[in-house]
Design a protein around this ligand. Structure first.
Ligand code: IMP
Length: 204
């Protein structure tokens, strides 16, 4: 049986990743499925290192293939903030959004450009190998909240290519367009590459 841990406590992230990889694994676990808590201090200034650190720690602890992502929102008018500190920018999603809208008060539409970035690490503890995949999505921070779906900054992230806010997308649309969706699809292609599937060194 092919099992995988998605090393997150965030149910929004867990579902987005699980939906895309449904055909690749037989069982998915999030960190909420284990009584032992995995604490990782995301102390690197680089998303890629934090993603690998999370994947390695959970993978080594549970002895299962593990996926971990580190992501963030970089706002041009804020010189790339909150970026790597996105999850620590406020105490919860509502607080983070209020803070962002306050910081951008008076900033006109064409100066509110932003990008979400995601680094997704896939770690195989048995092989001690870790691969990392990247995705991004460009948009604009709106003046107020729109939509009920998604999580995090989704209600204020407008996506010009579809003409909707991220929180207005269904899960299929979000996964097709989003930073995390793109990174997960890159992982999926990798898992389906012949060299990976056939190789005795790397096979799942
Ligand atoms: P981390 O990757 O768990 O460190 O958290 C990244 C933070 O960036 C989240 O807590 C959200 O605030 C924000 N974020 C990352 N991806 C998304 C997304 O797809 N939608 C909205 N907010 C996101």
């Amino acid at each position: 049986m092919k099992e995988v841990v998605i090393a997150t406590e965030n149910t929004g992230k867990f579902h987005e990743i699980k939906v895309l990889l449904g055909s690749e694994f037989d069982a998915f676990y999030s960190l909420r499925d284990f009584s032992e808590k995995i604490v990782v201090s995301e102390d690197s200034p680089f998303y890629i290192e934090n993603a690998m650190k999370k994947a390695r720690k959970a993978g080594d602890r549970f002895g299962l293939h593990t996926i971990a992502d580190d992501s963030g929102l970089e706002v041009e008018a804020l010189d790339g903030r909150p970026g790597i500190y996105s999850s620590r920018y406020g105490k919860d999603d509502a607080d983070r959004i209020s803070k962002l809208l306050n910081e951008l008060e008076g900033v006109p539409w064409d100066k509110r450009k932003a990008v979400f970035k995601a680094y997704l690490a896939f770690y195989m503890p048995d092989k001690e190998r870790c691969y990392v995949f990247y995705g991004d999505i460009h948009g604009t921070i709106g003046f107020e909240r729109h939509g009920e779906g998604g999580f995090g900054f989704d209600p204020v992230f407008y996506i010009p290519e579809i003409g909707k806010y991220a929180a207005e997308l269904n899960i299929e649309e979000k996964n097709r367009l989003s930073h995390r969706g793109k990174a997960v699809l890159a992982l999926k292609s990798f898992l389906n590459m012949d060299f990976f599937k056939n190789s005795r060194v790397l096979s799942l």
